[in-house]
Design a protein around this ligand. Structure first.
Ligand code: SF4
Ligand code: SF4
Length: 356
């Protein structure tokens, strides 16, 4: 196992501790999911400790019997085969910092970049606000600080000299747009095609798509956006100039992707579409929208009714065209002509099978 051990100054700057820091600033050597804490805490104390962690973070650590996470600095090929590691393998911050050969994002010239998964969600202030009571420095140290990724990275950064900071290696990306080998049978198809090309040529609202983390985020957004356009094109209900789609239909047709987990994540996608004249309103249908884990439900509990609807219309410049009807016809035709390959063709804007 090849773990980087970093010496960092602790939160109060009083002592030097040897800690293992994840790429995004979490403290793996104090993380309740890690093998390190399983060595520090006795089996009989684990249940109490796990409950304490849950009361501060909202998540209960995996049971003591599991060997524990090896930490994200472990090379991927050394990860045991266990589903827990899937999210570490996919983590774009881990990929980016690894590719750039920096121990963590604090050592990167782009820090704090917009694409890291490091967040400011576990600060002393935010956890106090969430719990509705002031948490002490001691509680923060014991139960929260290991997840205060951004706070930890800033602390590390403040102790670095300019020579320790390295600029990321840049990557370039080309949008995947297939060259057309003929002409569309009508101008309406051409109009929608050109709109799709505009979307495909954009950075999808990402600042810094030239780094690995930016590019990974671009790929994630692109996958979801194209799946979303496909679903609304096929299953959306069109009335006058508006299209509506409910969360149950989105959920049933989303695979292999997940739906955005909260309203904030939806807004990210809806704002990208807004740039292209597609205006969407999120209509919440229940006061039980969220699961206790903080995920948006697709269906109202104990019913098959959708938990929310998306109501979509176009901006004034596009209103003279029945965009949604044309999108539906275009996708239906693609499906008829390229069968199982239809969605993968749609993602690459490969409409050659339906051209004249
Ligand atoms: S879950 Fe994250 S913070 Fe915890 S040990 Fe694994 S990589 Fe480190
Ligand atoms: S570009 Fe962003 S994610 Fe990548 S190493 Fe730098 S700060 Fe971290």
């Amino acid at each position: 196992m090849n773990l980087y051990k970093l010496k960092v100054i602790d939160y109060f700057g009083e002592s030097i501790l040897e800690q293992i820091i994840s790429r995004c600033g979490n403290i793996c050597s104090e993380c309740p999911w890690s093998m390190f804490m399983r060595k520090k805490i006795a089996k009989e104390d684990w249940e109490y400790y796990a409950k304490e962690i849950k009361s501060y973070t909202g998540y209960k650590p995996v049971k003591y019997e599991w060997e524990g996470c090896l930490g994200c600095l472990t090379p991927t090929e050394e990860f045991p085969s266990h589903p827990f590691y899937n999210f570490l393998k996919k983590c774009r911050t881990r990929k980016c910092a690894g590719y750039n050969e920096v121990p963590n994002c604090a050592y990167c010239g782009r820090f704090p970049c917009a694409n890291t998964v490091a967040r400011n969600d576990y600060t002393q202030e935010k956890v106090s606000e969430k719990l509705g009571k002031e948490i002490s420095d001691d509680e923060y140290e014991r139960y929260v600080r290991m997840f205060d990724g951004m706070g930890n990275l800033k602390k590390i950064r403040s102790g670095l000299s300019p020579t320790q900071i390295k600029n990321p290696k840049l990557v370039s990306h080309e949008p995947e747009i297939t060259e057309l080998t003929g002409a569309f049978e009508n101008d309406n198809f051409k109009l929608v095609y050109e709109k799709l090309v505009e979307i495909a040529n954009s950075n999808l609202g990402i600042k810094g798509v030239d780094t690995i983390s930016g590019f990974e985020l671009y790929k994630e957004r692109k996958e979801f956006l194209w799946r979303f356009l496909w679903i609304i094109g096929l299953y959306g209900k069109i009335e006058n100039d508006e299209l509506s789609i409910d969360s149950a239909t989105l959920y049933e047709n989303r695979k292999p992707l997940s739906l955005p987990k909260n309203e904030e994540e939806w807004k990210v996608f809806l704002n990208i579409l807004l740039e292209f004249g597609i205006i969407t309103e999120l209509e919440i249908k229940t006061d039980k929208l969220y699961t206790p884990g903080g995920y948006m439900r697709a269906k109202i509990p104990k019913s098959n009714e959708p938990a929310y609807n998306l109501k979509i219309k176009t901006s004034s410049g596009l209103q003279k065209y029945p965009i949604f009807k044309i999108l539906n016809e275009l996708i239906t035709k693609l499906l008829e002509d390229s069968g199982k390959r239809a969605f993968s063709n749609f993602k690459k804007l490969n409409f050659n099978s339906i051209l004249q």
